[in-house]
Design a protein around this ligand. Structure first.
Ligand code: SF4
Length: 479
């Protein structure tokens, strides 16, 4: 009989790094984990800010505890490092600073790899269902002997949940991150599994996140989940919050490709926090999987028209792209302006291929969002034709992608907004249109103050950006 995978759920009510270290050491022992060689820890720091984004990332105390445990258990160490690429365009060093990682890294004298500053190298994909022949990953990941994955347990508006498998979307730099980060996001996550498989996983579920990935509502779950196989950990994670693993699409794809189980019967669930008890605790755990056309409510000045989408596997909705980015952007606005839904000017958001007239209110303006969007009709009595420029994965060369540089991207979007200042409509290009760009467009068309320019973040974000640019150039020069 095949050996069962082991996943541990351990109780941990608070962010006490010593206690976390003890739990992780116990987990490593029970799971037979012995880190060695070049050890790389990959947390989830998609974004971090103590006031604006306090619950989006793997906490520093967690990282601290795992590094201590790794040091205690490792043999033949060549290097211990922490590596990540935060949400694109922002500099990862800014996110590390806000997450409090710098002090942890300094305390333990380990190395930091900001994946937006290092070389990206191609890795071949051989799986027959893979989207492309090559995928780019940061060099430190390619060179790591022992990868430790440290996801944050969060609900996710694109994918339902972000656990071990999804955490690797956060490694690619700005040139490669948005490739297939659209209607194919779930496929892309499964593709990444072929080239990146962690040898140990510890999920920060002490305070989990509900609904959103950037602005989640905190949920005190009081748990640490550990394992050595991403599919097994994600399967248990699903059951912890009453999700059928089959509904976590990337888990299903990864499991079907043979990367691990998605059936609880193939997993020994160990630890001092029984799954039943966790499930009791998480009965009211909240997700955000509503389509955007019913999400914002009748009172809202934001209305959405959702058309059809170009790929056979999901013709009625694009999970993984523009709709989820719109939800994230609106939640960021809400964190600043709780009544933004009612206070913004009337905006109609149109995405996908829409046929037939769109009935607009007198003072309603339109954002046509995304490269796949198309529509033909009249606005203000004038003919309007929005044409799709959608490209399928095989038409996108991952070796020749746009830089997606923060300043260039910002100027381009603001220029588009300015040019259409007096128009009833605007077309936001991209596949996907990023969360940051959604914020710009909603701000310009809905006349809401632009939270991308929040004074608490503006100066540090720009200082970190220029440091990142300088150091990236230096690294390329030295290589
Ligand atoms: S343009 Fe946006 S909505 Fe359309 S397929 Fe791309 S990501 Fe999805």
């Amino acid at each position: 009989m095949a050996m069962k995978h082991k996943v541990m759920i351990m109780r941990c009510e608070n962010y006490d790094s010593e206690k976390i270290s003890g739990i992780i050491q116990e987990g490593m022992e029970k799971l037979g984990v012995r880190p060695a060689g070049r050890i790389l820890l990959k947390p989830n720091v998609v974004i971090a800010h103590p006031e604006v984004f306090p619950h989006a990332f793997t906490r520093k105390e967690f990282l601290d505890g795992v590094i201590s445990a790794t040091k205690a258990k490792a043999t033949d160490v060549r290097e211990i490092a922490v590596g990540e690429r935060c949400g694109i365009t922002l500099a990862t060093r800014w996110a590390f600073e806000n997450a409090g990682y710098r002090e942890v890294i300094k305390k333990h004298k380990v190395k930091a790899y900001y994946f937006d500053e290092v070389r990206q190298v191609p890795r071949e994909l051989k799986e027959k269902n893979a989207l492309r022949k090559n995928i780019f990953i940061p060099e430190p990941i390619a060179k790591a002997d022992f990868l430790i994955n440290l996801p944050k347990f969060k609900a996710h508006p694109w994918c339902r949940l972000t656990l071990s498998l999804k955490n690797f979307i956060g490694i690619q730099d700005d040139r490669h991150r948005l490739v297939d980060h659209n209607i194919f996001l779930e496929h892309k996550i499964a593709d990444l599994q072929e080239v990146i498989q962690p040898k140990f996983i510890a999920v920060d579920a002490i305070i989990a996140g509900q609904k959103m990935m950037l602005t989640p509502t905190p949920f005190p779950m009081g748990a640490i989940v550990m394992g050595t196989n991403s599919c097994a950990v994600d399967t248990v994670g699903c059951h912890m919050v009453h999700v059928n693993p089959k509904d976590l699409i990337h888990l299903r794809y990864a499991s079907e490709r043979g990367f691990g189980p998605m059936n609880l019967e193939e997993i020994d669930v160990l630890g001092n926090f029984p799954l039943r008890e966790v499930q009791e605790k998480t009965r009211n755990f909240e997700f955000c999987m509503e389509h955007i056309d019913s999400y914002f409510g009748a009172e809202s000045n934001l209305r959405c028209t959702v058309g059809t989408f170009p790929e056979k596997h999901s013709p009625d909705y694009c999970w993984g792209g523009c709709p989820g980015a719109l939800q994230e952007a609106m939640h960021i606005f809400k964190a600043h302006y709780p009544n933004v839904n009612r206070e913004m000017k009337k905006v109609r958001y149109v995405v996908g291929r829409v046929d037939g007239p769109i009935e607009l209110e007198e003072d309603e303006r339109v954002i046509f969002a995304g490269d796949c969007t198309s529509w033909e009709g009249r606005i203000n009595g004038d003919p309007v034709k929005i044409e799709s420029r959608y490209r399928a994965p095989q038409e996108v060369d991952e070796g020749k992608t746009k830089s997606n540089d923060m300043l260039l991207k910002t100027w381009k979007t603001l220029w588009n907004c300015l040019r259409h200042k007096n128009f009833r409509y605007i077309h936001a290009r991209g596949c996907p249109v990023s969360v940051g760009d959604h914020v710009h467009y909603l701000s310009a068309i809905g006349k809401i103050p632009n939270v991308n320019f929040d004074p608490r973040m503006l100066v540090p974000v720009n200082i970190a950006y220029w440091k990142m640019r300088t150091l990236r150039a230096l690294h390329r020069l030295i290589k």
